[in-house]
Design a protein around this ligand. Structure first.
Ligand SMILES: *Cc1c(COP(=O)(O)O)cnc(C)c1O
Length: 234
């Protein structure tokens, strides 16, 4: 029982967010064992977009410290307060980043998973020159080459990663993808893994509520799970 008593009763009861968090954690541990991945090698990024601080707090209290948000403005409204209450939070930006929001994003997020174009790389390098630090960076790859989706095209990924390293001196830790909604995800996960391997990158952010098991099988180091924890978004 938390000191807060029944304040978050609906979130801790069976079927609430905390119960679902535990189910997702158990499923990740089972997948690690099943696919020969070391225990604890897959980080759960709990995607809290659209949910308010009062819905996120019980999940933090249950020990989940890594979260994902897809809009800078929305995250800026709720996370400074939550970070003050829960030291050790690691916040990931998983949605598109406009260059004019780089300063705000760099101040709030610990990881930016959506570096995907030259103008953003330049803005990040400029921000680092001014502040001396940057969040950790992943490059988003548009594995399905969908015109409406952000991300570097697979054929351009190697050149973009080389430019990040050599032209802008940005240290990229890994890759992220969002497979097309209407296709089996595994070929996209395998493609992301192949691009990472040939570029010497070890971090792979792939897999969401519906497909994180397949992503873990194919090497995900980070899975981004929203609705399976917080429920359906309104
Ligand atoms: C919303 C979102 C997720 C989580 O999706 P669920 O299906 O709710 O798990 C993961 N990744 C990105 C980039 C998202 O925008």
């Amino acid at each position: 029982m938390s000191e807060r008593g029944n304040e978050h009763e609906t979130d801790t009861e069976p079927g609430g967010a905390v119960a679902r968090l535990r189910q997702v954690r158990d499923a990740i541990a089972r997948a690690e064992a099943e696919y020969g991945r070391p225990a604890g090698s897959v980080t759960l990024v709990a995607v809290s977009k659209t949910f308010g601080a009062e819905e996120i707090a019980p999940v933090l209290e249950a020990g989940q410290l890594v979260f994902g948000e897809n809009r800078v403005q929305e995250a800026a409204g709720k996370w400074p307060g939550l970070k003050a209450r829960f030291p050790g939070v690691e916040l990931h930006l998983i949605g598109p980043l406009q260059s004019n929001k780089v300063r705000e994003a760099a101040a709030l997020f610990d990881v930016i998973e959506t570096l995907d174009r030259e103008s953003l790389a330049v803005a990040l390098a400029t921000e680092r020159a001014k502040r001396g630090r940057l969040p950790r960076l992943l490059v988003q790859v548009n594995t399905g080459e969908e015109p409406q989706k952000a991300g570097v095209a697979p054929a351009e990924a190697d050149a973009f990663l080389a430019a990040c390293r050599e032209r802008w001196e940005l240290r990229v830790e890994g890759l992220m993808c969002i497979p097309p909604a209407d296709e089996p995800p595994s070929p996209h996960f395998a493609l992301l893994r192949a691009i990472a391997a040939r570029n010497g990158l070890t971090t792979l952010s792939m897999g969401m509520s519906a497909d994180y098991d397949a992503a873990i099988q194919l090497g995900a180091t980070h899975v981004r799970v929203g609705s399976a924890i917080f429920g359906h978004r309104g």
